[in-house]
Design a protein. Structure first.
Length: 367
């Protein structure tokens, strides 16, 4: 069980990352919670007496998602003023927060029950950097297997249009264009055909359910309206044609998929983003072992790839890296990226190797 001091520190860490990620309102909110959260609500007590590791459990984002849902539903004028930037002083923000917790206690407690679902279509832009590298190495045809798919929005990667610093890919008439701010080196184009996309999640969400859509939108930081619009368009794409997403343990599912016959001339690729930290150690070890075994069996006709976008907390950014078999079994770092895909920096530069000055703990889910 975390101490109250550790819980408050978790909110200070999230404040730090929000500031670093250009979300000043959420930074103020997290600072006010860290300093001013009281025990006069069930929600407040549960947060301050958190039974797990609050930063690893993304506790700040669980609570902030619930608060944002109240604002989106126009349920609390005080919180709405905080989110609109009309209340700036931390003491006043804390007062509005604690009043909202008392007033909406029963509604907010369930938001603490599970990790935040920050399924973000913008992450597909960073993942595409890795997939293009796999296509350059092993040929254009790719079969995608995604673990931790959440609501399956990145399973639409074959239906999105991409503009990656002028390198374009995907159907030009797609309702969603992934166009991150491009930094660093130009992306070398690669011919690529995504022949299939499948995914799993331990607790998948049906994004086409209006209640689930509302929940996903509550986890979108309010400063980033473009993300909310993109999310809405992606969900509309799912309503038009669904994705292949099943409920399964990631290790169980991947082991079964890697044991299936593989079509000649198609590279099978494991893909994931902001997932690894949530896996139990046993599951992570099984995935490593299953992938290494499949890699040892891979041939030029039936290659295997692994593409990930996962956080390096010491640098407050995501790292895009790849490995593939045969011939490229060592990890290669290709790019860094914003946690929501707002920007992608192709290539690794000296400034990317200098860690930022962190608060006391570096363990935090960026959101």
């Amino acid at each position: 069980m975390a101490t109250e001091a550790e819980v408050r520190e978790a909110f200070r860490i999230q404040e730090f990352y929000c500031r670093h990620m250009d979300a000043p309102m959420y930074a103020r909110l997290c600072a006010a919670i860290a300093d001013g959260l009281r025990r006069d609500s069930r929600t407040g007590v549960r947060v301050l007496d958190w039974p797990g590791e609050p930063t690893r459990d993304a506790l700040p984002l669980r609570l902030c998602g619930g608060l944002h849902a109240l604002v989106r539903e126009r349920r609390d004028e005080g919180l709405a003023a905080v989110f609109a930037g009309k209340i700036m002083e931390l003491d006043a923000i804390a007062a509005a927060l604690n009043a909202a917790l008392v007033k909406h206690d029963e509604e907010l407690v369930p938001w603490l029950d599970g990790p935040p679902q920050t399924n973000e279509p913008g992450r597909s832009g960073a993942l595409m950097v890795g997939l293009m590298e796999i296509a350059r190495r092993h040929g254009p045809r790719i079969e995608l297997l995604e673990i931790g798919s959440s609501a399956g929005l990145n399973l639409l990667i074959d239906r999105y249009a991409f503009d990656l610093g002028g390198t374009r890919f995907g159907p030009p008439d797609s309702p969603v264009t992934i166009r991150p701010e491009w930094r660093g080196e130009p992306l070398a184009p690669a011919e690529m055909e995504i022949v299939s996309v499948r995914g799993c999640d331990i607790q998948p969400l049906d994004a086409t359910d209006p209640a689930v859509e509302a929940r996903l939108l509550a986890y979108v930081w309010p400063e980033t309206s473009a993300r909310a619009e993109r999310l809405t368009r992606a969900i509309a794409m799912q309503r038009e044609r669904g994705v292949e997403l099943v409920r399964a343990d990631a290790a169980d599912w991947l082991e079964a998929r890697l044991a299936e016959p593989q079509q000649a001339g198609v590279t099978r690729v494991l893909m994931h983003s902001v997932v690894w930290q949530y896996l139990p150690e046993d599951s992570a070890n099984r995935i490593r072992a299953a992938t290494a075994a499949a890699g040892a069996r891979a041939t030029a006709a039936r290659p295997l790839g692994w593409v990930m976008m996962e956080p390096n907390r010491a640098f407050a950014q995501q790292i895009v890296r790849v490995r593939s078999w045969p011939g490229h079994d060592g990890w290669e770092v290709l790019a860094t990226a914003h946690a929501h895909g707002t920007w992608v920096k192709n290539g690794i530069f000296e400034e990317d190797r200098r860690p930022i000055e962190l608060p006391k703990s570096a363990k935090v889910e960026a959101g």
